[in-house]
Design a protein. Structure first.
Length: 416
């Protein structure tokens, strides 16, 4: 009974995990994942949120008047020569001496650019997350396939061990060893099912799919993004100049500079032009025009302008920090692109072929009765480890390529 428990568990998990890698439901390629992530992945809606407000600010910046005109009305009795009523009405229009409207338009345009660059950054980040999620889902799918195939080989080994013991050429311990290997293989399948469930959950989140939507990765790890490596190592060289992070930092600095100009203009001196009409209590009327001119003794914008300049200087420093960090990340990514390919090629050319041959030969020897199942068990375990490592190495190649596209700002073109 105890020996059958792992296989019952495998059957139960297979029933509970909805059509894992079965080809049913949505089949999502790497390109599909990138497109879905860039279009509606986590963070994109947040970056898009300020757009409407930016448009309203742009429209408001075109207003002819910056400050509203004022109307004053004064009325009251005059005492001494009989009680009479005095009435005064005045209207005044403030005129800014600095270009407030132009500065407002500058801030509105700069804010719109910041939002646009932030949207591109969010789309790139979301596409990267979806691409990485696809690579991990495909990695988990391939590892699960390997473990299921290994379970099949372990079943064959149990049959072979029983046949040897029944024929009197094998020791009873061989059956126990083979059954232990079969149970371990079945448990590995269970673990692989769990890894795939985790990977598919992340793929759904990154692609903005419903939590219960059936999805499985489609494609081959070894065939994705074939031209990226050549482009990354082209004579023109890789650069982060087009990275959304660099462009966003530059746009943020420009907005901070525009805010300095707006503060300087808004809190600057202003004229006030208007007129007054008065009717005095004796019946006489007075009409006066007036101009109020500020005296140049104080710069009212000095304090707030200095605070805005501090923000602009910080934004400029942040732009340099972002560029330096992305340059360092690009250097690391270029190394990863070379290193991951070297590891993958080592597995495919030098590790897997002899291990597969070793397992084949050991099974032939066991069938011929020239050796026990021990070498076959060792060969099977070593081959399983190597095959899973080879899959992970191929997935790391894809992930390195995705990170290169992300850091250089080229991932958006892959998501179209």
């Amino acid at each position: 009974m105890a020996r059958t428990l792992p296989f019952v568990a495998v059957a139960l998990v297979g029933a509970l995990v909805p059509r894992l890698a079965s080809g049913e439901g949505l089949r999502m390629s790497l390109h599909d994942a990138l497109v879905a992530g860039a279009a509606k992945g986590p963070g994109v809606a947040v970056a898009l949120a300020p757009r409407a407000a930016n448009e309203r600010a742009r429209d408001a910046s075109r207003a002819l008047l910056v400050s509203p005109p004022t109307l004053t009305v004064s009325a009251g009795p005059r005492f001494g020569a009989g009680t009479t009523l005095d009435l005064q009405v005045g209207a005044y229009v403030p005129i800014m001496l600095r270009d407030v409207s132009g500065s407002r338009r500058g801030v509105a345009e700069a804010s719109a650019r910041v939002t646009a660059e932030d949207v591109e950054r969010a789309r790139g980040d979301a596409a990267l997350r979806a691409g990485l999620a696809w690579s991990r889902a495909m990695e988990a799918t391939r590892i699960l396939e390997i473990r299921k195939a290994t379970l099949g080989r372990a079943e064959e080994l149990v049959t072979l061990a029983r046949r040897r013991v029944g024929a009197g050429v094998g020791r009873p311990s061989e059956i126990a060893l083979a059954e232990g290997e079969r149970a371990y293989a079945a448990t590995s399948v269970l673990d692989g099912e769990g890894l795939l469930v985790d990977a598919l959950v992340e793929l759904r989140v990154a692609s903005s799919l419903a939590p219960g939507e059936d999805v499985s990765p489609a494609g081959e790890l070894a065939r994705e993004l074939p031209a990226v490596y050549a482009k990354a190592h082209a004579p023109s060289g890789a650069t982060v100049s087009d990275s959304p992070g660099v462009r966003l930092a530059a746009a943020s600095e420009a907005r901070a500079r525009a805010q300095v100009a707006l503060t300087h203009a808004t809190e600057g001196p202003q004229l006030s032009v208007g007129g007054m009409f008065a009717r005095e209590g004796d019946g006489s009327t007075i009409a006066l025009g007036s101009v109020m001119v500020p005296l140049p003794f104080v710069d009212p914008a000095a304090f707030d302008r200095s605070r805005a300049e501090a923000d602009a200087l910080a934004a400029n420093a942040e732009k340099g920090r972002v560029r330096a960090e992305l340059d360092a990340r690009l250097s690391l990514v270029l190394h990863e692109m070379d290193h991951t390919r070297e590891v993958r090629d080592k597995f495919e050319r030098e590790v897997l072929p002899p291990l597969r041959e070793a397992l084949r030969q050991s099974l032939v020897e066991v069938s011929a009765g020239t050796t026990d199942i021990g070498p076959s068990v060792v060969a099977r375990q070593r081959l399983l480890t190597a095959e899973e490592a080879a899959v992970r190495a191929s997935a790391e190649v894809v992930r390195a390529d995705l990170r290169y596209l992300h850091v250089t700002g080229k991932l958006a073109s892959e998501a179209r």
